[in-house]
Design a protein around this ligand. Structure first.
Ligand code: DP6
Length: 335
């Protein structure tokens, strides 16, 4: 029998939710209050190497070239889930890098924890299946459960107390409906309130929170049907409604959560004008000021041109849909 590799490197991409996740049914196990539906991107990447090394006294975690104590604690606790399954206590050296802005509403925690889950699984030789890895990735970040898979992905809220059924499943492969996403970056600054903290605040104080959770199953049914039928207009309709309803919950939180800036709203208005002219595009915005314009392929040049002309838009990225998290390199010894 070949020994389990001590080191592995995995790559994952962020995903963009079309039916949003905002709120938890259990904070300790990070169980979502409702399901969600997303598309996994292909142009933005997180690459994470994990090396379990018996000579280490503590985990050594380097994210984008920096050591950050708060992140390190979170990552260490996440790795404990894998160590427990492997029956080891060995500490690890982790090196993770994003080729896009971190913590600015571009879903870096989704790709980060998905890549880490896949790398840790391989490095410890656990051989867990993708569904199980999705449930584990969720413990790091709810949206990370979706980045385990590519293309169109649905995340289940689940009903079990242990959260084993709160995991994602693939709905449709990326190449089965090759949509494109134009991302308008309106600031590279990190957001001031994390998604987790924002969700907690909304749950506690937003008068719309319960109604929001109650609307999600209906939106999920509509979005799933639109994906299955490749019906762009229907997907546009439900996605924009889900995005704005989530932001309404955020705005009604006390104090209000305003993740947008002026350019965010200008981008939305611009996309609305393009829609009126028959362009196949719709918008979505997460817990940050970046605007993601989901497009039919022939609409990309027009949408990119229009968004990059908006004052306050610093950069425009274009991405197709991509694959789920995967091992890209493994070795039998740490380097
Ligand atoms: C607005 O997955 O980052 O992007 O589970 O607390 O880590 P935690 O939250 P996270 O929240 C994502 C929120 C969102 C909507 C979405 O991606 O569904």
């Amino acid at each position: 029998m070949t020994p389990a590799p001590l080191q592995a490197t995995a790559q994952a991409q962020p995903n963009i939710a079309l039916v949003k996740y905002w709120g938890k049914r259990d904070a300790a196990l990070n169980l979502p209050a409702a399901g969600s539906l997303s598309i996994t991107l292909d142009a933005l990447h997180t690459r994470t190497s994990v090396c379990f090394d018996a000579s280490l006294a503590a985990d050594d975690i380097v994210l984008n070239g920096e050591r950050d104590a708060a992140q390190a604690r979170k990552v260490g606790t996440f790795l404990d889930l894998f160590r427990a399954r492997a029956g080891v206590t060995t500490r690890a050296h982790i090196e993770s890098r994003n080729d896009f802005p971190t913590g600015a509403g571009l879903a870096s925690s989704a790709s980060g924890f998905a890549a880490l889950a896949v790398a840790a699984d391989r490095a410890l030789g656990l051989g867990l299946d993708a569904a199980y890895l999705s449930a584990l990735a969720r413990r790091g970040s709810g949206s990370a459960a979706r980045s385990i898979f590519g293309g169109f992905v649905e995340m289940a809220a689940g009903v079990r107390g242990d959260g084993e059924d709160a995991r994602a499943t693939p709905l449709l492969a990326a190449d089965a409906w090759p949509l494109e996403v134009v991302i308008a970056i309106t600031t590279r600054a990190k957001k001031s309130i994390s998604s987790s903290a924002g969700m907690q605040a909304s749950q506690r104080t937003s008068p719309y929170y319960r109604d929001w959770v109650a609307t999600v199953p209906h939106d999920l049914d509509a979005a799933r049907a639109a994906v299955q039928a490749r019906d762009f207009d229907k997907l546009a309709d439900v996605s924009e409604a889900s995005c704005l309803a989530m932001h309404a919950v955020m705005l009604a939180t006390r104090p209000g959560l305003i993740y947008w800036n002026g350019a965010t709203l200008d981008c939305i208005q611009c996309i609305r004008s393009l829609q009126m002219m028959g362009t196949g595009v719709f918008y979505t915005v997460d817990a940050g000021p970046q605007v993601k314009a989901v497009c039919l392929p022939d609409a990309v040049p027009r949408v990119r041109g229009a968004l990059q002309n908006i004052s306050g838009v610093e950069e425009v990225l274009v991405s197709g849909l991509g694959e789920g998290a995967r091992v890209v390199e493994d070795a039998t010894a740490c380097t």
